[in-house]
Design a protein around this ligand. Sequence first.
Ligand code: G
Ligand code: G
Ligand code: MN
Ligand code: NA
Length: 254
Amino acid sequence: AALEADMRHAVTGKQLRLYYQIQLTSDHRPLGAEALIRWMHPVRGLVSPAQFIPIAEESSLILEIGHWVLETACKQLVLWSKHERTRNLILAINVSAQQFNKHDFVDTVSTLLHLHQLNPNRLKLELTESVVLSDVADVVSKMHALKALGVKLALDDFGTGYSSLSYLKQLPLDQIKIDRSFVSDVTTDPSDAVMVQTIINLAHNFRMNVIAEGVETEDQLNFLKQNGCMAYQGFLFGKPMPIDEFEALLGQTQ
Ligand code: G
Ligand code: G
Ligand code: MN
Ligand code: NA
């Protein structure tokens, strides 16, 4: 409860930060980043989203936080658009179920893109199965409206939820993200290996691209590469980090 009270100051008191984790191709070409929120609490220090996002989701605070993330990401994309080296990067943000389900979510995204004169296909929205498991018709029509704007859509934590294949095939997704729980044991647990191979083939058959998250070792990377995965994210390439460190990392990667 103390944390919840403090959280009300987090947005207005400028205590939130976005950290950036690189996403890249197997030949180490940067594709962009996933933005991951951090809370710089004046007393507790750095608070992980795993601690405060679930609490924020119990109230409308998640909407304020979600809007701050979207707006901050747009401002970062404006800065990136000014430089040759960063202008083609794609920035992915996490969207919570409450935020996505708001009746004006598509309008909000559209308004921000226009306001900042952004190329919409630089913005990627990561949705979890909890987001897309609400009212099917509504979710599908919202996703189509976002696609029509030019925004990219990814399904996060794939394989951990309960959505069926018949449901998945209706969703206009650009990308699925293989959950890191499958990647972590891919070289030691044969059933995780099969799981990962199956997800990669599924993505290809549905004409979606696929990214592996939580890649920590060269062995995991090699397994993924050999099985046709084209994009990667994980501590092997970089942790989520502040923007200045991220841009320094980009300099070394290219
Ligand atoms: O960065 P980290 O691994 O600590 O993130 C922990 C969890 O918090 C992940 O499930 C991630 O998706 C979630 N998360 C991180 N940033 C955001 C955000 O901006 N919005 C939402 N809704 N969830 C986020
Ligand atoms: O749920 P979502 O996929 O949005 O969350 C991403 C989370 O995964 C973040 O908290 C991020 O810090 C974490 N993460 C990213 N790469 C790795 C990795 O290689 N290993 C581990 N253990 N966690 C990772
Ligand atoms: Mn994510
Ligand atoms: Na994930």
